[in-house]
Design a protein around this ligand. Sequence first.
Ligand SMILES: [Mg+2]
Length: 306
Amino acid sequence: MTANSFTAPQRAAIIINPAKTVEIDVRELAARHAEENGWGETLWFETTKEDPGVGQAKEALAQGADIVIAAGGDGTVRCVAEVLCGGDVPMGLLPLGTGNLLARNLGMDITDYDGAMAGALAGTERKIDVVRARRSDPDLEQLFLVMAGVGYDATIMADTDEELKHKVGWLAYVDAGIRNLPGKPVKATVVIDGRTAVQRGVRSVMVGNCGKVQGGLEIFPEAKMDDGLLDVAVLAPHHGRLGWLSVLAGMIGKGRGKDTAVEFFQGKTVEIILEHKDDYQLDGDHEGQGKHVLMTLDPSALTLRM
Ligand SMILES: [Mg+2]
């Protein structure tokens, strides 16, 4: 230990998405908690459309932040995680988004800003798995923490009415789901740990690190974000609206019956090859379209403090 470690107070960095409407004064909240814990002045960074958090998180590390707090939605969380992943500095969460999927999966009370802040500065640390999703055309690697998918679930993300989303939060996702119901199947090959697991027309392939998605629906009830495994759900309803009933039934029965409307798998890598481009989403954000993605689990790569 150097003499400096006894004298220099710890500092938190907050990466905030200024586009989020918040009913609290986040600067005041941060200052109060820093003072209560004997920490130095909080480093403050705002995300922009051009740089939704990666550059800011790198700058926070360069300035010596002892924790980097993602204050925004799951998009901000993904960007901050991308930088902190594999390093020693923990990530804190101040959920200000619509879905707040990671926070919900961690069991955080998303209305308790004081609790979130206190946890980030003085809570307990845990390591979670992260998933790297590499798409070709566009050739792009992105990280996700909750769930990514192609097909029907991603179409819902794309179709969600922004105004409605703002007013009613995650209920908007459910509304979009209903409007999209008939959907279109796409021929898909799903390769898990190098083995072809599925090859047929599907409506959606979802890959999860956590179980809970929008609307409180638990797609992967047994998914754990620190077990070194990805959970995969392939949704292939038979036809029409009645077909979707069998998907719901399959989810409730966790895919163990003879009905193949929904099938579940686990593995460390998942490759999805579609016959044509379809909608693609990461942690609830629509990310354009794609026809090929390789998802690889990076076990215990991110440290959280909460
Ligand atoms: Mg897992």
